[in-house]
Write a protein that binds this ligand. Structure first.
Ligand SMILES: Cc1ncc(COP(=O)(O)O)c(C=O)c1O
Length: 386
């Protein structure tokens, strides 16, 4: 019998130095992508058990860590990863920044498909590379690749890297095999390396699953480095524990060297036990969490349709984020979000920061209690209906 988890009761996160919850008393934060749910009990146990040992010295990764990733991807995602191909890294963003530094030279182009996770821009621009934004096409609420534009972008000899978001934050799209295969072929034909950021892969609608880029074809495997982590799905971002892998020994060596040079390749004492506990024992918790978040999404869909039908919302297959179209109310989501926060205390992410075509959207984090989601929707609808 599967266990029951209580996602209706969320711990009070105020006063815990939380990036998300360090806000005024009347404010309701539904922005940054971490969840308000307490983690799977086995993760807490693993951390407590490590904390009980009185020495917190330098830590190494071990075979249990490799094994936990290998089994999870085999069982959940039908992907065989060779444990020796895994490289520890403190986060997916550090890995992406390292990849930009190693696989490209200053002044070269890195392609991203927008709207996309805003920190991709930082990893590119902070290293003196050019961002090439390729807006996704939107039709009937769904997103797809603009192939003509993408081919032009990667054909440019100045383009050396493409950062894929798989599944895609903020739109919540699970890319299908055919799309991924074509991305692989297009990049290979133009000598472009692919970094596949798969951090959101386990947060999916019940019954859905994502397609690992490296599972699609020999080409995809050969030209890519994949970033994976338990942090998003199991709500342990503050532990800073992630991994990269590549079947291509050359790329793997390069990224390993750069992660080492950037000094983000060593785990803190909790990074290994937390990841191992999540992947070994967190499956039931994850499934229940995904079911709960899906109900939150349905609630939002129904609530908006009833109270503010001018806000567009299509339930996405991945992530716990709702990508809401507020074009009926604003052409500048930054201004919209500032006013929303000032007037109602609801703090959400403005879509503008995710790049082209995000300017009239807001991103709302639904990984919280139903009561908070209801409160958030009430504040939002009151604001737009006034
Ligand atoms: C697509 C994507 N990649 C990476 C990250 C952050 O990764 P990390 O905390 O491991 O650096 C996030 C966080 O929201 C994300 O949405």
């Amino acid at each position: 019998m599967s266990r029951v988890f209580d996602f209706d009761s969320v711990p009070d996160r105020r006063g815990t130095a939380s990036v998300k919850w360090d806000v005024k008393a009347n404010e309701l934060p539904m922005w940054v992508a971490d969840m308000d749910f307490g983690v799977a009990p086995e993760i807490t146990e693993a951390i407590n058990s490590r904390a009980a040992h009185p020495v917190f010295g330098y830590t190494d990764i071990n075979s249990e860590w490799r094994d936990a990733y290998v089994r999870w991807w085999r069982d959940r995602h039908s992907l065989e990863i060779d444990g020796r191909d895994l490289v520890f890294v403190t986060g997916v963003v550090p890995a992406i920044s390292s990849a930009v530094r190693k696989f490209t030279s200053p002044g070269e182009n890195v392609v991203i498909m927008t709207p996309v996770y805003n920190i991709f821009y930082n990893s590119i621009l902070n290293n003196g590379r050019n961002v090439v934004e390729r807006p996704l096409l939107r039709k009937d609420g769904g997103y797809s690749v603009d192939w003509e534009g993408f081919e032009r972008d990667v054909c440019d000899p100045q383009t050396t890297l493409f950062i894929l978001c798989n599944p895609h934050n903020p739109v919540g799209k699970i890319w299908d095999r055919e799309t991924l295969a074509r991305i692989g072929e297009t990049c290979k034909a133009n000598g472009v390396t692919v970094i596949s950021d798969e951090i959101h892969c386990d947060v999916v609608t019940p019954g859905k699953s994502y397609v690992p880029f490296a599972s699609v074809s020999d080409t995809c495997r050969e030209i890519s480095v994949t970033c994976i982590a338990p942090t998003k799905a199991f709500n342990i971002a503050g532990i800073q524990t992630a991994a990269v892998f590549s079947r291509n020994g050359f790329l793997r060596h390069k990224i390993w060297r750069q992660i080492n040079t950037d000094e983000c390749g060593e785990p803190n004492v909790f990074a290994v036990p937390a990841a191992v506990a999540a992947f070994r024992y967190g499956g039931d918790w994850l499934d229940s969490m995904n079911a709960y978040v899906y109900e939150n999404k349905k609630f939002v869909g129904e609530y908006l349709a009833k109270s503010s039908p001018g806000i567009g919302y299509d339930i996405a297959d991945a992530t716990y984020l709702a990508w809401l179209d507020v074009s009926r109310y604003t052409s500048d989501s930054q201004k919209f979000c500032d006013a929303l926060r000032r007037e109602t205390g609801l703090f959400v992410s403005n879509g503008k920061q995710y790049g082209k075509t995000g300017e009239t959207f807001i991103r709302v984090n639904l990984a919280t209690s139903r009561a908070n989601v209801e409160d958030g929707m009430e504040r939002l609808c009151k604001f737009v209906n006034k």
